[in-house]
Write a protein that binds this ligand. Structure first.
Ligand SMILES: Cc1cc2nc3c(=O)[nH]c(=O)nc-3n(C[C@H](O)[C@H](O)[C@H](O)COP(=O)(O)OP(=O)(O)OC[C@H]3O[C@@H](n4cnc5c(N)ncnc54)[C@H](O)[C@@H]3O)c2cc1C
Length: 406
């Protein structure tokens, strides 16, 4: 009979890659390596494994961590009062504003995701306001947690306030690692529809670097107009050292197209136990998808939804945080109806079986043709225009196109 171990979680496609098994293993038998798709997964060195089973007992996919019932939460549609500072944020700047409070008022430490100099999305921490912009804007790829959980533990031991933000499975991993609840730890999970492989993103970036004969120096997936209030558009923007940035409509770039259509997520994302209204974090942050029901609330801007799930999150909001936002109570039943990830995981398409094999086997040109539109010069120019045009013109433009298509 085969003994169940952490590799069975991987085989059953439930491993989220949180790394807790490796951190808990006393004999160093577990390492984390990239699998054939480019996601990090545990491997066991049989010679070192003593079969104690601690890896399984601590695995949040095997032993789920506690959730907060939606019935006890408070919910808001929010927009940060710091308009200019949150231009870089995906929606209403909820992360930046709460993080700033932790740094300035609580002398706390904030954990979030930033791209490093090689364009790899990594969890980092900061105690400095000047470093927060690196964590703003959603990096639509699985981040590398590095030694974040250990550092959270260390800062808590030193008596510091900590804000840890990440996907719900990462937040669950942190709780599984810490074992006990900590008064000074606040977690913020994002509403997440899935994460793609870092290797796929690297391939895409290498192609663009090659095309422009230079290193890509910044990647953004969400973009707001630099002058006017605007909704944030889904465009892939890559900065290069010289010349104009590369701007692509999501349909014209294989990586973003695959991501937004949910074709290449980590296997566990299609089976995500956190894609529902009962949340693991103290706070939940998302793009408010039911914003049309609040026409007077920052019209034509991307607003965030904020869920206050725990008692301490509600207390912090009522005492301090609410002063930092424009906010209005949110009908959570409607938001759940509109925001799919609050009621079910992304559906796994049949093409998922092939996508990463094809990434390995096909030359990039063929892969790109298969998974994205081939943009003409006019299409590329339109992508630039979309970013620099004031939002109300884009709206009129798209309305006209809609009417033409009827
Ligand atoms: C992979 C991914 C999928 C998402 N899917 C949805 C969705 O389906 N529906 C929805 O309503 N919202 C989704 N979001 C959340 C949304 O894009 C915003 O992050 C959120 O609304 C917070 O708003 P903000 O204006 O503060 O944004 P931002 O300033 O853009 O928020 C930044 C926050 O996101 C965290 N973050 C960024 N990239 C990652 C990453 N790769 N892994 C973990 N944390 C990360 C940062 O640490 C920071 O806490 C997703 C985010 C990510 C990263």
């Amino acid at each position: 009979m085969k003994i169940k171990n952490i590799e069975s979680i991987v085989k059953n496609k439930n491993c989220t890659g949180c790394g807790v098994c490796q951190l808990m293993c006393q004999t160093g038998a577990i390492s984390f390596e990239e699998d054939c798709e480019g996601f990090k997964s545990p491997r066991i060195a049989a010679s070192k494994c003593i079969g104690c089973g601690v890896c399984l007992r601590k695995c949040p996919s095997e032993v789920p961590v506690k959730r907060h019932s939606v019935k006890l939460g408070e919910f808001y549609i929010v927009q940060s009062k710091e308009h200019w500072k949150v231009k870089k944020s995906a929606s209403g700047g909820v992360f930046y504003t709460i993080a700033k409070y932790f740094i300035n008022e609580l002398q706390g430490v904030v954990f979030g995701v930033a791209f490093d100099k090689d364009n790899i999305a990594k969890h980092i921490y900061t105690e400095r306001l000047a470093e927060l912009p690196k964590m703003q804007n959603s990096k639509y790829v699985q981040s590398d947690l590095g030694n974040s959980f250990k550092m959270v533990k260390k800062f808590l031991k030193d008596g510091r306030y900590v804000l840890f933000s990440g996907t719900p499975c990462q937040v669950a991993g942190l709780y599984a690692y810490l074992r006990k609840s900590e008064e000074r730890l606040f977690t913020a999970d994002i509403i997440c529809h899935g994460v793609s492989s870092p290797r796929l993103l690297q391939k895409q970036i290498e192609e663009y670097s090659h095309l422009r004969k230079g290193k890509i120096q910044g990647i953004f997936f969400r973009h707001k107009h630099f002058l006017f209030p605007s909704e944030s558009l889904f465009y892939m923007v890559m900065k290069v050292k010289y010349g104009l940035p590369i701007v692509r409509n999501p349909n014209d770039t294989p990586y973003f197209n695959i991501f937004l259509k949910g074709l290449g997520f980590r296997e566990s994302c299609y089976n995500c136990q956190y894609a529902n209204e009962n949340r693991v974090g103290d706070f939940t942050m998302g793009d408010c998808d039911s914003h049309r029901l609040y026409p007077q609330f920052h019209p034509n801007e991307s607003n965030s939804s904020l869920m206050l799930n725990s008692v301490k999150a509600k207390e912090m909001w009522n005492k301090k945080l609410h002063y930092l936002f424009d906010s209005q109570p949110l009908d959570i039943a409607k938001e759940i109806e509109y925001n799919k990830q609050l009621h079910s995981p992304s559906a796994r398409p049949d093409i998922r079986d092939k996508i990463y094999c094809e990434l390995q086997e096909l030359p990039w040109g063929e892969f790109a043709k298969k998974y994205a539109r081939q943009p003409t010069t006019v299409m590329k120019a339109r992508s630039y225009l979309a970013l620099v045009m004031p939002f109300f013109i884009i709206k009129v433009w798209s309305k006209r196109n809609e009417q033409k298509n009827i």
